[in-house]
Structures are given as C-alpha cells and as structure tokens.
Design a binder for this molecule. Structure first.
Ligand SMILES: C[S@@+](CC[C@H](N)C(=O)[O-])C[C@H]1O[C@@H](n2cnc3c(N)ncnc32)[C@H](O)[C@@H]1O
Length: 200
C-alpha cells in the first residue's frame, strides 16, 4: 500500500474510531438461525462491529489488510479471549465456518479478478441458517472514475445472483451524493444486503 493510501486510511480510522457498530450488524445477529455463534468481520477497520459481536456472545474472527487497523484492533481487544485479529486480505484469509459473516463497507475493495473466488470462499464459510450482511458497490459510484482505486463494481442483478441458495431478507440501494467519513461528499452507489443461507 502506498504512503498516500496509508495516510487516507489512517485519517479515516481516526474519524470513525469511536463510532458505534452498524444497525445492520445488530439485525444480522437477530436473524442468525444457525447453531453457530462464530462471526467473521471482513475488513474490520477499527472493530466497531467486532465489539458488538463480542458483546452478543460471539467468537469473532476479524481481519483487515491494513496493518494499522490490525494493530488498533489488537489493542482494542487485548483483554478479550473470544476474538482473533488477522492481518490478511480477502483473497488469502482462511475463512472458518461461521453463523455470521459481516462485511460492512469493505468487500468492494476486493480486486475484481479475485472477487469470484473470494465470494465462493465467503459463501462456503456460512453455515445453513447463517447470515451474511454487507455492502457492494454499484456501477455509478464516483470512486470508479478514479483509476487509482481498486474496486469491484457489481450491478443489482450481479449482486442478487451472488445470493443463489440464500433468502434475501433485506436489500437496499443508495445512489446519491453524500458525505464520506473523512468529510468531502461523493456520489455513492452501493447495495446493502442481508441474506440467510438456506438449509441444503
Ligand atoms: C470503509 S472501511 C470499513 C471498516 C469496517 N468494516 C466498518 O464498517 O467500520 C473498509 C476496510 O476494508 C479494508 N480493506 C480494504 N481492502 C481490503 C482487502 N483487500 N482485504 C481485507 N480488507 C480490506 C480497509 O483496510 C478498511 O479497514
């Protein structure tokens, strides 16, 4: 990762460090019908969702490709025994079986060439009755105009096709200008999904 990207992520982590967990994570916990209390936090950032999952009795495996995020989370959860924090990209992480996979505002940073394999690994890690919650990037997002960003854009149809064998419980699209955590506005185009894996 180049120095500019590191600086941008660092500013982002400082801005969001005290933020609470996402409401969607809370909802996902309530919808997990598997017998697994293992959760994965993919691209965990400063660990706000990990903190919530731990408070709900989950054993959490959290990972992020950014060393600063990993160091932050290792300090934040130093006294927790039910969490493991890994420095890993989506491509190389070994996904354990889980009842809950959370990928809030992270999976769209995967490399498009790796995305299909990553998605197969994520799908396979979710136990029957378990829940995925996370965000995908749509084709109108402003970041796609900047070729220095590595992103995986997907159409609504593409996103829905990922969830064959799941029941989509919530699906929402955001296609409008809005603030970024670091401040400046941009045009956002994202799809947020909550889906439960069907019994085989
Ligand atoms: C916008 S933050 C979201 C953090 C957290 N999920 C949240 O909602 O607060 C995106 C995170 O994804 C991580 N990320 C980006 N590319 C990644 C990759 N290829 N593998 C794993 N994590 C990645 C970033 O380092 C960053 O911490």
């Amino acid at each position: 990762m180049d120095e500019l990207k590191k600086k941008i992520w660092s500013e982002y982590y400082q801005k969001v460090a005290a933020n609470p967990h996402k409401q969607s994570t809370e909802k996902a916990v309530s919808l997990n019908l598997s017998d697994s209390l293992v959760a994965l936090d993919c691209g965990c950032g400063t660990g706000s969702d990990t903190a919530y999952l731990l408070s709900q009795g989950y054993t959490v495996s959290a990972f992020d490709v950014n060393q600063e995020s990993v160091e932050f989370c290792r300090k934040r959860f130093a006294d927790e025994t039910a969490v493991s924090i890994h420095c890993s990209g989506f491509e190389s992480f070994t996904y354990p079986q889980a009842g809950l996979v959370v990928a809030n505002a992270s999976l769209f940073f995967a490399h498009p060439e790796s995305f299909p394999v990553i998605w197969q690994k994520i799908r396979a890690s979710i136990q029957a009755g378990g829940v995925f919650c996370g965000d995908f990037m749509g084709p109108d997002d402003e970041w796609l105009e900047d070729k220095s960003h590595i992103l995986t854009p997907l159409s609504e149809q593409d996103v829905k096709a990922l969830f064959e064998g799941f029941e989509i419980l919530e699906f929402s699209e955001r296609n409008r200008r809005g603030p970024t955590a670091r401040g400046p506005e941009k045009h956002w185009h994202t799809f947020s999904v909550m889906a439960r894996k069907s019994a085989i």
